[in-house]
Ligand binder design. Structure first.
Ligand SMILES: Cc1cc2nc3c(=O)[nH]c(=O)nc-3n(C[C@H](O)[C@H](O)[C@H](O)COP(=O)(O)OP(=O)(O)OC[C@H]3O[C@@H](n4cnc5c(N)ncnc54)[C@H](O)[C@@H]3O)c2cc1C
Length: 316
């Protein structure tokens, strides 16, 4: 699918834009699943001022959203109308230490933040070591692992509104909940400050190694995947419900429920976004039939919908 080219018109309205604005750019290489159609326009801002300028001048009727490194995303095959923003490490990826606090740009990888904290003897951020996203994605998702999550360590997040105004959210204003923030979806996070506590570096390093070693044994982290597909229902494990419903290893086209961890879906090679989403909906349907529990997607699905008829569960 190709969208009408809005880039020349946008550029003419933004003569001082310094970032890169591309038309009909495929998002496939920008997601872990390696599926999905194009963004009508993909914007890579030069820095925060450039992003604010872009948002101030972007016509109201053009939809806009932000992605990180796509480790929690299914981009649908028909792509996204409007503008997708991707913050580059240069301009948004800096990580600095101030005492027991870590300041990180939204494009910084969680892993790098954990490493910087460890190098400065700051404990509390070890859980980020195994999460393959960016700080922007962690703020939006309240990313967490091994009993800790973003809300436990965040002091404040810096952001821009849809209209380019600068906003700061303290921890409570982030309205964190299990794998989500209540902040308006139009808000784009640009950075954050975290606080840990000073501890022995060896103990921090050991904790990070433990986190990583455990992950390698229980998750298919080298596959094309989006991590945990569904949220754990209160008091339950999504993977156990999926396993009990007989869906381990189930396939739709090139998409498969991981044999290793059945709350992970994987692209075995030639999957489309539709295959993956249909497989996810099939899993939900089967779990509902088996246990009466309705699983909720943790993975974000973005882009023009496939024909809803085609979401009918596909049973093998
Ligand atoms: C192998 C694997 C293991 C994983 N393990 C874990 C885990 O243990 N714990 C966990 O919590 N998650 C895990 N995940 C999921 C994922 O890594 C996290 O949700 C991560 O926080 C997503 O970050 P991202 O940069 O990839 O965001 P994306 O996937 O690109 O986007 C996710 C959401 O964040 C929004 N977003 C991204 N950047 C910004 C920004 N700057 N401003 C506003 N919104 C933004 C997007 O719009 C989207 O809604 C795993 C994923 C994989 C593939």
């Amino acid at each position: 699918m190709t969208f009408p080219d809005i880039v020349p018109e946008l550029k003419s309205q933004m003569p001082d834009l310094r970032g890169r604005l591309l038309a009909n750019e495929s998002l496939t290489p920008l997601t872990w699943f390696r599926v999905g159609g194009p963004a009508q326009a993909l914007f890579t801002p030069a820095d925060e001022d450039d992003l604010a300028y872009f948002l101030r001048h972007l016509p109201e009727e053009i939809p806009v959203g932000c992605i990180g490194v796509g480790s929690n995303l299914i981009v649908r095959d028909r792509g996204l109308p409007g503008v997708v923003i991707r913050l580059p490490p240069r301009g948004f990826g800096e990580v600095t230490i101030e005492g027991d606090a870590v300041r990180a740009g939204a494009a910084a990888l969680d892993r790098r933040v954990a490493e910087a904290a460890a190098a400065a003897s700051i404990s509390g951020l070890e859980f980020y070591f195994g999460i393959p996203g960016t700080i922007g994605g962690a703020l939006r998702m309240n990313a967490g692992a091994n009993g800790s999550e973003t809300r436990d360590v965040l002091v404040e997040a810096r952001a821009l509104s849809r209209h380019g105004e600068r906003i700061t959210f303290d921890n409570s204003a982030m309205a964190f909940d299990y794998r989500k923030s209540g902040v308006d979806p139009s808000v784009i996070f640009t950075g954050a400050i975290f606080r840990g506590r000073i501890a022995e570096p060896e103990a921090i390093r050991a904790r990070m190694d433990e986190v990583q070693a455990h992950r390698e044994t229980v998750q298919p982290i080298r596959e094309k995947t989006g991590g945990s597909t569904f949220k754990n229902p209160p008091g339950q494990s999504a993977w156990k419900l999926i396993d009990a419903a007989g869906m381990r290893g189930h396939r739709v086209g090139g998409a498969q429920v991981s044999d290793m961890h059945c709350n992970f879906l994987i692209n075995t090679g030639e999957a489309t976004a539709r295959d993956i989403e249909t497989l996810g909906e099939t899993v939900r349907e089967r779990v509902k039939q088996h246990s009466g529990i309705e699983l909720q997607w943790e993975i974000k699905r973005i882009g023009l919908k496939h024909d809803p008829e085609k979401w009918k569960p596909v049973f093998g």
